[in-house]
Design a protein around this ligand. Structure first.
Ligand SMILES: [Zn+2]
Ligand SMILES: [Zn+2]
Length: 180
């Protein structure tokens, strides 16, 4: 979705739409390794405010993402609820600390051509910002067995047990402790 600034009334404009996975895919590189999917379409509710020297976009983006756990590689759902508060400024009016009353350091300021607002791009950015730093199905995910590749969240695979607890392994460790 793209919105022309001159088509936004002075009183602002509300936009509400759903964003499905095909739209998200347009913003992911074709060889994207993150395996990011949408469990259901993202709900986008935004208010576009027109100010003399900037556009402010406020609202919320809600949905459920589907991610793949970095440890066990299983897909899991991740709730998305991202508050949006973005200031868009025309490129040629890049703020000069003395000229603007806006506290640029504190805000999410982006630049655009001053004519067309690319709402889809903004939604994609907000989704990427919402992604967790550690992509784990759970903090205590046990991951995969280094030897056989089994998902250890589903139970022990047997490798550890074979190593430590067989009579033969015990015998070996006893031998190691005996003087030569
Ligand atoms: Zn996991
Ligand atoms: Zn194993």
């Amino acid at each position: 979705m793209r919105i022309r600034v001159d088509e936004i009334p002075e009183s602002g404009r509300f936009v509400h739409f759903h964003w499905d996975e095909s739209r998200l895919k347009q913003f992911l590189p074709s060889d994207d390794p993150s395996d990011l999917k949408l469990s259901r379409p993202v709900n986008v509710d935004l208010e576009i405010q027109k100010h003399p020297d900037h556009i402010r976009i406020l609202g919320i983006i809600r949905g459920v993402l589907q991610l793949s756990c970095h440890r066990c590689l299983e897909p899991f759902e991740y709730p998305l609820e991202e508050n949006v508060d973005v200031f868009l400024m025309a490129e040629e009016r890049a703020p000069d600390a003395e000229e603007t009353e806006l506290d640029v350091e504190e805000m999410d300021v982006e630049f655009f051509d001053g004519e067309v607002i690319d709402i889809d791009n903004l939604v994609a950015e907000q989704i990427f910002l919402a992604l967790p730093f550690k992509v784990l199905c759970s903090e205590d995910c046990l991951g995969l067995c280094q030897r056989c590749g089994a998902n250890l969240n589903e139970g022990p695979c047997g490798c550890e047990m074979n190593q430590r607890d067989t009579p033969f392994a015990r015998l070996k460790s006893i031998r190691r402790q005996l003087p030569e």
